[in-house]
Design a protein around this ligand. Structure first.
Ligand code: GUN
Length: 281
């Protein structure tokens, strides 16, 4: 019988601990961790995520500021705002919500965030450190995914892990983290041939494609662990990459959507920001 990995509960427990650590930092060092979030344009889903991040900062006792910028802002103006945040002592972590409008280059923006404040882990230095297995700031969703897998008590080392999706935000860094944990890692993507052949051998599958139904019951072996990082709006419901009801009876552990990976992402962002502040002590 499958067990559901309760990301909501795991993240709440983590955030409880973090809240106490933040209070300690305030009491002992008069230091309040601070997060600056920058959002460009009007994408409703992105605004929802940013509002959630702001709310969570307040709940754990962090300072937060949100820069809601118009779609028309130029890349240069955005870079100036980032530069100011790089020098702002109240701000220990900077996050620029993605995606950005087409006229703004994502790589240039990430490169301009001080790598010491890059709590998203998207700066080339932090990506390089992850690849060298000397992780500094690790992207939040992948970091949360590893915590969810570890929460099952499973040893990652030596397992066949398959990651569906190769995005810079989720798929690629998750694969690197699994490799650093000594799993045998296969990355599958939209050009992969015979996907089923690969997924049938997997002990752990991380889905991060944004395509609902990408993985079905006939593509998995008995006892597999599935972590679903997809968030897709289907009518008025949020669903993941996998059809949960279809696959769950064959899995040993599976994350739900919502309530799996999503809450862990925000918890890891809070953790990264706290750790950024801790370096200032
Ligand atoms: N858009 C979707 N996920 C993320 C994330 O983890 N960080 C940022 N900056 N933007 C996102």
């Amino acid at each position: 019988m499958a067990s559901i990995i309760d990301g909501k509960k795991i993240s709440e427990d983590m955030l409880d601990g973090l809240k106490s650590s933040i209070q300690k930092l305030k009491d002992e060092f008069n230091l309040t961790p601070g997060l600056a979030v920058v959002i460009v344009g009007d994408d409703p889903a992105s605004h929802t995520y940013v509002n959630m991040k702001e709310k969570k900062c307040n709940e754990v006792g962090m300072y937060s500021e949100v820069h809601r910028l118009p779609e028309s802002i130029s890349e240069l103006e955005l870079l100036k705002i980032i530069e100011e945040l790089n020098y702002n002592d109240k701000v220990h972590g900077i996050l620029v919500q993605l995606p950005l409008p087409e006229h703004i280059n994502e790589y240039t923006v990430n490169e301009h965030i001080s790598f010491e404040k890059d709590v998203d882990g998207f700066h080339p230095v932090n990506i390089g450190n992850l690849q060298l297995n000397r992780p500094s700031f690790v992207p939040c969703t992948p970091k949360g995914i590893i915590e969810l897998i570890k929460s099952t008590g499973t040893t990652i080392e030596g397992k066949n892990a398959v990651v569906l999706g190769r995005s810079n935000i989720v798929g690629l860094p998750t694969a690197m983290l699994l490799l650093n944990e000594n799993a045998t890692v296969t990355i599958c993507h939209s050009r992969t041939k015979n996907l089923k052949e690969t997924t049938l051998k997997a002990d752990i599958i991380v889905c991060a494609t944004g395509v609902h139904g990408v993985l079905t019951e006939d593509m998995i072996k008995e006892g597999v662990i599935i972590v679903d990082a997809g968030i897709i709006k289907l009518g008025d419901k949020m669903v993941g990459d996998v059809n949960f009801d279809d696959v769950m009876h064959k899995t040993s552990f599976i994350t739900p959507v919502p309530g799996g990976v999503g809450p862990m992402t925000i918890a890891m962002l809070m953790k990264n920001t706290y750790e950024a502040a801790l370096k200032c002590v």
